[in-house]
Design a protein around this ligand. Structure first.
Ligand SMILES: [Zn+2]
Length: 230
């Protein structure tokens, strides 16, 4: 796999060496770029060709991107944007050191082997750790509003949920979607408060919404923000 950058836009591509006379670039529906090149073409020559077609490649990728769910089309390569607590960060993959950190507008993954599966795994572990940390902080903030009710505090669990932001089981386990870590704290608190209201009312009855309205008068604004965001 090769990467070539033009300003902020980086293109990662695979090369297939084939018996042909000219180079051909194609963009697949999964947004992968493949260059078919005559045997013995130098990488410099291929990079040059890719750079020449960068606008066309970007256009093709944007075309295919509209068919992907917003955040699912990530390839875990340098240059693409990733959300964290409501902000977009540019992914940088570097080979010095080990770990993930935020620096300015960059989300830096330090990993010796920049294989995209390894980058994804490292980033997912980091998101999970941050989700646990921030969801527990959100619980501390929101639980204060429920303390007077003398309820049994739920156990917070972080999971990948397909269709929901959160759920509360009658057993007292409050499950939150790991992807919520991509939303602003105000939205995390909204989902947390919504689920905590389910400790009293297990349905979405008027009594439930009355309670939610009392605990978080601006919940609708937060909900809209969340739906627009992720
Ligand atoms: Zn609900």
């Amino acid at each position: 796999m090769q990467t070539v950058c033009y300003g902020e836009r980086c293109i990662t591509y695979d090369v297939e060496y084939v018996q042909r006379r000219t180079m051909a670039i194609s963009v697949h529906p999964d947004m992968k770029v493949v260059v078919k090149a005559p045997l013995e073409t130098s990488i410099e020559a291929i990079n040059k060709k890719v750079l020449k077609r960068v606008r066309w490649i970007s256009k093709q990728q944007d075309f295919f991107a509209q068919y992907h769910p917003k955040e699912a089309s990530r390839q875990y390569i340098g240059g693409e944007s990733h959300l964290y607590l409501g902000r977009r960060y540019r992914l940088r993959v570097i080979s010095e050191g080990k770990g993930v950190k935020i620096n300015g507008g960059n989300l830096i993954v330090s990993i010796r082997d920049s294989d995209t599966t390894k980058v994804r795994n490292m980033l997912e572990r980091w998101y999970r750790q941050k989700a646990t940390e921030h969801f527990n902080q959100s619980f501390q903030r929101c639980w204060k509003m429920f303390e007077e009710l003398r309820l049994i505090p739920p156990k917070i669990v972080v999971k990948k949920l397909e269709k929901r932001w959160g759920s509360l089981a009658k057993s007292g386990t409050l499950t939150l979607n790991i992807n919520l870590i991509k939303a602003p704290k105000a939205c995390i608190d909204y989902v947390m408060t919504h689920e905590l209201c389910h400790l009293l009312f297990h349905d979405h009855s008027k009594a439930f919404y009355d309670l939610l309205q009392r605990k978080m008068p601006d919940w609708e604004r937060r909900k809209m923000k969340l739906e627009k965001m992720v």
